[in-house]
Design a protein around this ligand. Structure first.
Ligand code: SAM
Length: 277
């Protein structure tokens, strides 16, 4: 590592509550020569609030490839630079990947600061298993591609974490209920750190009803978390055998309901059995 080069700092910013900025983030933002921001006007408001006067440059999805070379030039010349996004941790469903990978290739030091991230914040209060989880970012906007991606995750043994826009949340939940089964537990975390912060968990079908009951519930930024797929090995062998036989003749939901009632099991523990392989 060449010490005459500058350092790139990855600086998380609040998800909504300005009190969540760290003292170290403020120090770095105040001390670097340049701040690369996803939206310079948005970051300008944050900097203004904290009386930080460091100049900013835009770095977003559409100009990152061109801008990365310019910023690396500044770093090579000895300038320290901070990277921020509109909210949360840069690079987590946000710009910065090209810049960071090129910096590391060029031997430029990259220093990450810990801080707010919607996925981790939501997961920590979800009540779902946190020992293993898979961050899936945003699902595709097109329904066929979304269903295909969900199908590939139907047997995932880790908690799944998705980002979603309020516009698509309901459609996305309907697809989840279809692919994972109406009984799979889903937790929605919205407006984290803000006034109307809400965490609500329920089986997928019930969560859809809950969202439909009140349009306000569909508003705001949200994280959707899905419980791991139930393990077939934990089910009585006779129940698995009966379900697989009935599912050949009946809709899966009906077969799951019948077997779940007979063996005193949860429907979603059966619903996805045999879908893969
Ligand atoms: N880099 C950010 C992070 O560290 O979380 C995520 C940026 S991504 C473009 C924006 C998405 O993050 C939103 O669509 C939503 O899914 C999630 N998100 C951001 N802020 C949130 C909040 N306050 N509450 C819930 N979800 C949030």
């Amino acid at each position: 590592m060449n010490d005459t080069k500058g350092t790139l700092y990855i600086v998380p910013t609040p998800l909504g509550n300005l009190g969540d900025i760290s003292q170290r983030a403020l120090n770095v933002l105040g001390e670097v020569a340049l701040i690369c921001a996803e939206d310079t006007r948005h970051t300008g408001q944050l900097l203004h609030h904290f009386a930080i006067r460091t100049p900013t440059q835009s770095l977003h999805d559409h100009n990152e490839k061109q801008k990365a070379g310019f910023i690396i030039g500044k770093l090579e010349g000895g300038m320290d630079v901070a990277l921020v996004s509109d909210a949360g941790t840069p690079l987590i469903s946000d710009p910065g990947y090209t810049l960071v990978s090129q910096c590391r290739e060029a031997g430029i030091k990259v220093v990450p600061l810990p801080g707010p991230c919607a996925a981790i914040t939501a997961l920590s209060a979800s009540g779902l298993p946190t020992d293993r989880f898979a961050f899936e970012g945003f699902l595709p906007a097109k329904q066929s591609a979304r269903l295909a991606q969900l199908e590939a995750l139907a047997e995932e043994p880790r908690t799944l974490v998705f980002y979603e826009s309020p516009r698509r949340a309901l459609d996305c939940l309907k697809d989840m209920a279809q692919v994972f089964g109406p009984e799979r537990q889903v937790v929605l975390a919205k407006e984290l750190t803000k006034t109307f912060e809400t965490l609500h968990g329920a089986p997928a079908a019930e969560l859809i009803t809950w969202l439909q009951e009140d349009e306000d519930r569909q508003k705001g930024e949200m994280v959707l978390m899905v419980a791991p797929a139930p393990k077939a090995a934990e089910l009585p062998k006779a129940a698995v055998k009966l379900f697989l036989a009935l599912a050949e003749e009946l809709p899966r939901k009906k077969a799951a309901t019948l077997v779940a009632d007979a063996f005193d099991l949860k429907k979603n523990a059966l619903y996805n059995l045999g879908l893969e392989g």
